[in-house]
Design a protein around this ligand. Structure first.
Ligand SMILES: NC(=O)CC[C@H](N)C(=O)O
Length: 327
């Protein structure tokens, strides 16, 4: 994915976001749509769009910013927040750790290596399935409702469920089933395997646009305060925890490189979404969002780590241009 050589590939004449989107869109062909979820494979792989939203409601939008896509792993941040808000942070951290793995998102290996199999973090599938299972409610639908409610509070509308993507993954989720059965065996899955998978795969199938995830990124950047609604929608401690998890584990086994070369807390998903939270500490005077912002990007052609190829390059360009690294 990202390294310093990607900078040299760029065209020196680019000076605004539309030019950047047009330029990085051409790099989509270096990636491939996720094919292990059949419904994701058939979308237009050269889509690339972005929304940037600041606390005063200022927005920059470009390219395919309004094309809907499913949250996939970006939903792990939302379910983690919902679980922490309902149970309190200690209850959740008894069941899932805060340590990066350096392994792919769907890896099973560490569950067995570190007995008794507590998932390393809520951003990998094992941890996210554990978290989905403890969401409030008795049934999968009730548990999912807590995610809908949190999304409504943050984004201002109820997302729709992409039934085709859900069914497509439900029918092929053998690896996730294996993870869930293992978690059940070690006692880290508190409900039945099929129920936990239904919650997890449905939250992954909720449909958003780059604008929606930019707003969530903005709220995280503002430590849980919704600057447009003027309301604290989640506790500051939970927002901080979510951002630290995004930074250390949000891009799985590319999280170190992402922190080093981009340096913004971000969460990627295999449908090609990237949700980023830029805190209000920017010193570059050219940057139009001095009070911080949320950045939502969508580009479905992904790299070997499961992140949008063109999207990561676009985000790196933005971070470099405006000096957005938190380090
Ligand atoms: N990295 C991802 O976006 C993975 C999410 C996907 N639904 C899965 O469980 O495999």
């Amino acid at each position: 994915m990202i390294d310093d050589s990607s900078i040299q590939k760029e065209n020196q004449n680019m000076n605004n976001i539309d030019d950047w989107v047009a330029h990085y869109r051409t790099f989509s062909k270096e990636g491939k749509n996720a094919s292990y979820i059949p419904a994701l494979e058939k979308v237009n792989s050269s889509n690339l769009g972005i929304s940037i939203i600041g606390p005063d409601g200022t927005m920059i939008k470009s390219g395919d910013w309004n094309v809907p896509f499913t949250l996939q792993s970006i939903s792990k941040v939302i379910s983690f927040i919902a679980a922490c808000m309902h149970h309190g942070i200690p209850y959740v951290l008894d069941r899932v750790d805060l340590e990066p793995t350096g392994d792919p998102f769907n890896s099973i290996i560490r569950l067995e290596m570190h007995k008794p199999g507590k998932p390393f973090n809520p951003m990998i599938n094992a941890g996210a399935i554990t978290v989905s299972a403890i969401l409030p409610g008795q049934t999968p639908q009730e548990k999912l409702e807590s995610i809908y409610l949190l999304m409504e509070k943050m984004v201002g509308k109820r997302p729709s469920l992409n039934e085709e993507v859900f069914v497509s993954e439900w029918q092929t989720a053998n690896r996730n089933r294996a993870l869930a059965y293992y978690l059940k065996e070690t006692g880290y899955l508190e409900i039945e395997v099929e129920e936990a998978l239904e919650v997890y795969l449905k939250q992954c199938s909720l449909e958003v646009t780059t604008e929606d995830i930019a707003i969530i990124g903005l709220i995280l950047a503002q430590d849980g305060y919704h600057p447009i609604r003027k309301e604290q929608v989640l506790p500051k401690e939970v927002a901080r925890l979510a951002k630290s998890l995004m930074l250390t584990c949000g891009v799985y086994n590319a999280s170190g490189k992402f922190a080093a070369y981009i340096g913004i807390p971000a969460k990627t998903g295999v449908s090609g979404g990237i949700m980023s939270a830029v805190p209000p500490r920017v010193r570059n005077e050219e940057f139009p969002f001095q009070e911080g912002c949320g950045i939502g990007i969508y580009g479905p052609a992904i790299d070997e780590y499961g992140s949008s190829v063109a999207g990561v390059m676009l985000l790196k360009k933005i971070a470099d241009t405006w000096d957005l690294s938190i380090f």
